[in-house]
Structures are given as C-alpha cells and as structure tokens.
Design a binder for this molecule. Sequence first.
Ligand code: PLP
Ligand code: SF4
Length: 341
Amino acid sequence: MIHGYSAAVEPARWQTILADSITDPRELLTRLKLGLDLLPAAIAADQSFRLRVPAPFVDLMEPGNPNDPLLRQVLPLGVELDEQPGFVSDPLGEQHSNSQPGIVHKYQGRLLLIVSGGCAVNCRYCFRRHFPYADNNLSTAEWQQALDYIRNDCSIKEVIFSGGDPLVASDKRLAWLTSEIAGIPHVRRLRVHTRLPLVLPQRITEQLIAALTHTRLPLTMVLHCNHASELGPAQRSAIQHLRQAGVMLLNQAVLLRGVNDNLTDLSNLSENLGDTGVLPYYLHMLDHVRGAQHFLVDDATATRLMGQLLTQLPGYLAPRLVREVAGQPAKVPIPVELVYA
Ligand SMILES: *Cc1c(COP(=O)(O)O)cnc(C)c1O
Ligand code: SF4
C-alpha cells in the first residue's frame, strides 16, 4: 500500500487470514508435526462437518502433541462417527424456535439476532454443527422484518448478535445493524457472542470497535475461550483494545473432556481471564449433539470439579455451571456443593 491506505475493494487483513484458514486435515497435521496415522479418521469425520481453523489459533497449539487442548477442539476424529443414543442433531430444538428468520427468541427480555451464519472456526463439540446455516442468510427485506420484530416487542431490552459468529460479518453490516437497533427506544443494551478475539484476533480493528460502539448502547462482549492457552499475545492485545473502548468483557466456556476437564486447567483459565480483564460468566455442560459424545463430562465429575474450583478462586472469577435444556426459560444452573481441593 504505497499511499498508506487501502482501496475499498482490497480485503482487510483479517479477511485474508480468514480466507486462508486451514481446511485440509493433512495440512493441519503436517504443520503440527503430527503423524499421518490420524489422517484417515480425520478425513472420514471431515465429511459430515468440515475442518476449519484460522492460522492464528493453530499457532497457539503445541507441535507434536496430538492431545493439545486447542487441537482437540478442531481436529475431526473417527469417534465422531459413532452413534450414541441421546446425542441428536438439534438438541436445543432451535430449528423450531426460529419462526422469524434471523431471530431466536427463547428468553424474556433478550433475543439472538443471527448476524452471520458462518464461523471462522468449526468447533467439533458445537451444537450448530447440524444447524441450517444457509436458511439464515437474510435478504434486505428479511433484515427489515427481523428489525420490525424487535421494534414491535417492547419487552426486548437486549439484542445479542449471534451466529455462527457475528464478527464474521462486515464492519458495514455491523455498523448498520447497530444503528438500526440503537434507534429502537426500548432496547437498552447490545451484546456480542463471539470466538473471533481468540481464533482470529486480527478481526478486532478500530473500525470494528467503532462499528459496534458508535451508538448510545452499552456493549458487552461474551468471548468463548475454553483454555488458558487460547490467550496468546495477539489475543490479549485484542482484548485490551476492547477494554480501552469501554466494552464489558465476559467469557463462556464449555466443559470438555480432554480439553479442560481438570481443576488445574479450569483454575488457570479463570485466573488468566481475570488477568486480562475478562470475567468468567458461564461454564456450560456439553449439549448432547451427535458427533460430540467423546467430549462429554458426566454430571458427578462436573459438579465435583466446580465444587473444588469454588474453593480456589475469588467469587468473581468463578463461572456459573449451567446446562441448556430445551423449553426452559433460561440456562439452568447446576447445584454445586463445595469440595476441599
Ligand atoms: C444463551 C441464550 C441467551 C442469553 O442468555 P443469558 O443467560 O442472558 O446469557 C439468549 N437467547 C438464547 C436463545 C440463548 O440461547
Ligand atoms: S458457533 Fe461458536 S462454538 Fe460453534 S462452531 Fe461457531 S465458533 Fe465454534
């Protein structure tokens, strides 16, 4: 860029990194210096839900370690193809509460606006692995209908940009939606649920922050970080920029076997989030989605871990252990008894 600025047609740096995401299991294994014995299973499982991971996230993985907690979240494995009773394609019944395209309104006072169907990363445990993404690419008329839905329901105090990952959308789209929503008097807060500050921290640009914060609406960003190793230097710096812009930062994690199902990892996650100015919000039990059964942590183990965690952390760094149950009016808290660690 000779003149120090880019023409409108030139993709932003984050878009280039996103487009260059790793989608070939062989490339991922080779890059991490792992044996190709994992390849046939990875290729088989890749057919039902594609491998997809941006390079900045791969750079945080430990080469030569097939059990790396970040790798486990993205590498397709043969066990995904085992059928297990009770693990289904739409465990939360979201395909049915999606009556207005682009909107998931299940809880009182707040709703999800599906800003982008796509994600930057495909997490193997995600309940959206079978979600009908394509149906949520809205036309202009449908966007207007979604906004009318919010306009016409005075009980909506908070709009949550969701997806997929909402930050995959362009700055222009996000700025427009934010302005439209800020023009609805009964909406008081804006929230963004995203994994991009962890998997593609280059997405957090001044333009993005401006697009989301240029209105009267206070902004909360809920990150999705499952392990302290996801907080590399670039990720911490992106979080720092958001904090400087006055964004309230929370984190939700999923309790995942082989990723963070031990006291040390959970405690490190909370401590490192705290150091970075992010408050742990929820620790989710796994949704029983087909293909994710090998990530399951049973209730007894989960409540024991949480009971130990509560004795080790300041109260404000302890997340709430919750489960999502179809038909319930909120995330359901799981009762925990304190356990000496
Ligand atoms: C999780 C979720 C929310 C947000 O719930 P909070 O408890 O406010 O974080 C809102 N709507 C839907 C459909 C959700 O799944
Ligand atoms: S919705 Fe979130 S958890 Fe699911 S694949 Fe996308 S980034 Fe991962």
